[in-house]
Design a protein around this ligand. Structure first.
Ligand code: TC6
Length: 694
């Protein structure tokens, strides 16, 4: 008998139990065990029906993702499920936790499904660049209809037991002891002489004639660049148009294509990377954490308000401080408006809005912050202002309170030095809009205590963020790489490219927008202020003036002034190329004696992306990021780098580090610019024929 699946009998019901922590993933041993235990149950004359259940926290949560990409080892999951569906005895799935992917597919191979009220079921394969390849695309539409199946399979989001019951995915919902409930359900079926109920024998319902074409159209924009959602649609279409066996074959074919696709490899990489970032190298898992039951945010601007919302959303009371009453009131009103908008879209009830607002307590006095566990400063990006804030925090906060700065570029060590407790100071760099973006770059200062790091990494998860630990340098990981790309984009325009061309190349790579649309969104004055600060602090090494400085000085700040690198019509965020900007650029070129030339899309791609790869390699060498996966997660969750490309460094591996290194060296020779000096790590890996991940 397999060690991870066991068979026993409870009275007249045989119980097949999966025990493969942490999530009972359907690895080879589990598949083998499910098969042999089914056969044992079928051979057991005393068993009138069979129940399949998972031990521990969940019913199987899917195929074992770690096995994808490795040589397949039998038995194959679709074959195992086929045996369950062909069973001459009734089989009942008893579901708790998260029956996802292959797990739900196993349940769909059973005759009946009983779920615990807290359970969720779903087919999230699309999020891994796959489709439900063990009959899910053929069986679910037969059970719930084609449209509902498309929603679940293409959307990939799980549904709660109660909804699953309404949809007909599960037949009964129980509370309390799941096994007891499932056994009782099975005994009743036996007593009632309930028939076998094989989903493969059901007909599929389609509600609309052009369902598949219109579905494809409806997701085209949001799913741009992804392959799996479109394959999912094709597979469900096969369920409607083909007999079951042929539909299964088509599903297999489509699954096979996705399994070997670079998109799926990237998405699976991201799945594990997202979990891996929480494990900080050198920080033992059992590092003690400080209690965080209350928070405060300094500054009620866009950033401060967004940060406060994260805490309220997680049920953590949060104070929000401003020095001027008017600014405070304005900030609170914006938070309320954000929540009301969410409520209008049906994603919050009015009661929830009020609950969250009640957790946000406005204050004008630092003295009110004496009892909070963590404070996050989100004030103007200027060292003198930060100094004043941190001196106040040092004065009023209780011993052991965590003092965090949301700075995006300034030196966290210097900020820590304004207090008498640098061990309690850390960076928590949120990304705008802070209530939406999932990334949190947690910046460890020289003196930050381990328990502060452990607490903040855990807190990131509690407030729904993906926290990545980084070290101190200008711009940390994300903005440091971004600034290099931005400078290159500006330089490409100097040389003859136009802003719309540069943006299109990066948009086509999969970014949600190009570098210039992004700076217009963020506000051109932000970058301008950072450059001016650098010019003041370190005139020798400061960035030279460029045409974007001229734009800001001409009042073109971006979307907020309806004019930045692009023009914007009122109430419309679509960037429109601007004749005025063309003139400013032309004048800048002329004044600086710059001769223009034709710049190809390929050159734009190479210069904008390879400069980031080179910088990423330097960041790794310096230990600012511990692993390539930290850099990749930052780019995916902070800047919308396409998940189906796996992150900047994962993408670089696909391009080939030798190709990148050769170009970086060439650009260095041509320009003599330090930014193109090949990072020794890049050079080493390229020469050894390796990638960041090999
Ligand atoms: C599929 O089924 C295709 C079928 C077709 C076949 C032909 N495999 O997320 P957590 C690990 S595709 C391997 O931190 P939670 C995870 O890496 C699959 N490992 O916990 C982590 O390991 P670590 C469809 C897995 O409670 C640990 O378990 N299914 C798998 O926040 C705990 O995970 C999915 O896509 C797996 N399938 O969330 C479901 N799942 O501790 C993917 C988890 O070493 N999984 N691990 O870091 C999830 O969505 C979530 O893990 C969860 C639990 C909701 C199950």
């Amino acid at each position: 008998m397999s060690e991870v699946v066991s068979y026993r009998r409870e009275g007249e019901i045989g119980v097949i139990s999966v025990n493969y922590p942490p999530v009972n993933a359907l690895g080879q041993g589990v598949r083998e065990g499910l098969q042999s235990c089914l056969r044992e149950g079928l051979a057991d004359d005393q068993a009138k029906a069979l129940v399949v259940i998972g031990e521990g926290r969940t019913f199987p949560a899917g195929a074992d993702i770690r096995e994808f990409g490795k040589p397949p080892a039998g038995p194959a999951l679709p074959d195992v499920i086929n045996e369950y569906e062909s069973s001459e005895k009734l089989v009942i799935a008893a579901i708790h936790g998260t029956a996802l992917g292959g797990g739900l597919e196993v349940a769909l191979g059973c005759d009946y499904r009983v779920a615990l009220d807290s359970a969720k079921v779903g087919l999230p394969e699309v999020k891994l660049g796959l489709l439900p390849g063990a009959g899910g695309t053929q069986r679910l539409p037969r059970l719930v209809g084609a449209k509902a199946a498309l929603d679940m399979i293409v959307g990939g989001n799980p549904v709660k037991a109660k909804n699953a019951l309404q949809m007909g995915i599960v037949d009964d919902v129980v509370s309390g002891d799941l096994l007891e409930g499932a056994l009782a359900y099975a005994r009743k079926l036996v007593a009632d002489k309930a028939p076998l109920r094989r989903i493969r024998d059901l007909d599929v319902q389609t509600e609309e004639a052009d369902l598949f074409a219109s579905y494809e159209k409806s997701i085209a924009r949001k799913q741009r660049g992804f392959k799996a959602p479109f394959h999912c649609i094709k597979a469900v279409q096969a369920a409607v148009e083909l007999p079951f066996e042929e539909g299964m074959k088509r599903e297999r074919e489509l699954f096979g294509e996705l399994l070997v696709s670079s998109e799926s490899a990237a998405q699976r990489h991201v799945f594990f990377a997202e979990r891996e970032v929480a494990k900080v190298p050198g920080l033992p898992k059992d590092t003690p954490k400080r209690d965080v039951n209350s928070a405060a945010v300094i500054g009620a601007g866009t950033m401060g308000g967004g940060i406060a919302m994260n805490f309220a959303n997680a049920g953590i009371p949060v104070k929000i401080l401003e020095v001027k009453e008017e600014a405070l009131e304005k900030g609170i009103a914006i938070i309320r408006k954000n929540y009301e908008n969410t409520a209008k879209k049906g994603r919050l009830t009015q009661e929830q809005v009020e609950q969250r607002m009640a957790l946000i307590q406005p204050t004008l006095s630092y003295d009110d912050l004496g009892d909070v566990d963590v404070v996050i400063e989100a004030v103007f990006e200027n060292m003198d202002v930060k100094e004043a804030v941190f001196k106040e925090l040092d004065r009023v906060c209780k011993p052991g309170a965590i003092l965090a700065t949301n700075t995006s570029t300034l030196d966290v060590n210097r900020i820590a030095s304004f207090t008498k407790r640098p061990q309690d100071v850390i960076g928590m760099h949120f990304f705008s809009p802070a209530n939406v973006m999932k990334l949190l770059e947690n910046v460890r200062g020289e003196k930050t205590a381990d328990d502060v790091i452990a607490t903040v990494m855990d807190l990131s998860r509690r407030i729904g963020k993906v926290g990545v630990l980084v070290g101190v340098c200008h711009g940390f990981v994300g903005n440091r790489m971004l600034h290099k790309r931005q400078a290159e984009a500006v330089q490409l325009v100097n040389e003859g490219a136009n802003p719309a061309q540069v943006d299109k190349v990066l948009f086509d790579l999969g970014f949600p927008m190009g570098p210039f649309a992004m700076s217009d969104l963020a506000g051109m004055d932000v970058g301008y202020r950072i450059r001016e600060e650098l010019r003041k602090e370190n005139p020798e090494n400061a960035p030279a003036r460029n045409w974007t400085d001229e734009l800001v000085e001409n009042g073109r700040m971006g979307q907020k002034t309806q004019a930045g690198v692009f023009d914007y019509k009122e109430g419309d965020r679509t960037p429109v190329p601007s004749a005025e900007v063309d003139k400013i650029i032309a004048k800048f070129r002329e004044e600086n004696g710059i001769a223009t030339r034709e710049v190809t899309d390929q050159e734009i791609l190479e210069r904008c992306m390879y400069v980031m790869v080179n910088e990423g390699a330097k960041i790794l060498e310096e230990g600012i990021a511990a692993r390539p996966l930290d850099v990749d997660v930052i780019w995916i969750y902070g800047y919308g780098f396409p998940v189906y490309r796996g992150g900047v460094l994962f993408w670089a591996d696909q391009v080939g580090l030798k190709t990148i290194y050769d170009k970086v060296s060439q650009f260095h020779q041509e320009t003599g610019d330090d930014v193109w000096k090949p990072a020794p790590l890049l050079e080493k890996l390229a020469k050894e024929g390796k990638g960041f991940y090999s």
